[in-house]
Design a protein around this ligand. Structure first.
Ligand SMILES: [Zn+2]
Length: 127
């Protein structure tokens, strides 16, 4: 019986304390990573879409981003006020559209797009 209690106490100490033993990045370190996200570096990690992709990072339209087929290439526009992780999320969102472009024209944010979004997210963001 003592052995059971000893194991339970040991498990509680080990696993109960685990969250406190893991390294936690400082806020300053996290903010630095947030601000230094390089969109072009991230784009290089994304799955190929079969056509060239042009970027407009100075887009000043009504949305945070958009993508368009130009006949021989795609263009992704990311709002100029969008920086860091917000811009990265827009890139991932729009790149997912490119991956499933033909199949999702009638329903652009359907399940197929969601799977593509997940694939792009995992390619870029460290988990
Ligand atoms: Zn969309």
């Amino acid at each position: 019986m003592f052995r059971v209690y000893a194991c339970a106490i040991l498990a509680l100490l080990l696993f109960g304390m685990a969250p406190f033993l893991l390294p936690v990045p400082e806020l300053e370190e996290m903010l630095c990573a947030y601000e230094q996200t390089d969109i072009m570096e991230a784009a290089a990690l994304l799955p190929p879409v079969g056509y060239p992709v042009e970027f407009d990072l100075k887009y000043n339209g009504p949305k945070w981003g958009e993508s368009q087929w130009l006949g021989d290439r795609y263009i992704i526009r990311i709002h100029e006020d969008s920086v860091g992780m917000a811009a990265l999320d827009t890139l991932i969102h729009e790149w997912a559209h490119l991956l499933v472009w033909d199949a999702t024209q009638e329903s652009p944010h359907d399940d197929l797009w969601a799977v593509a979004y997940g694939r792009c997210y995992r390619a870029v963001v460290d988990l």
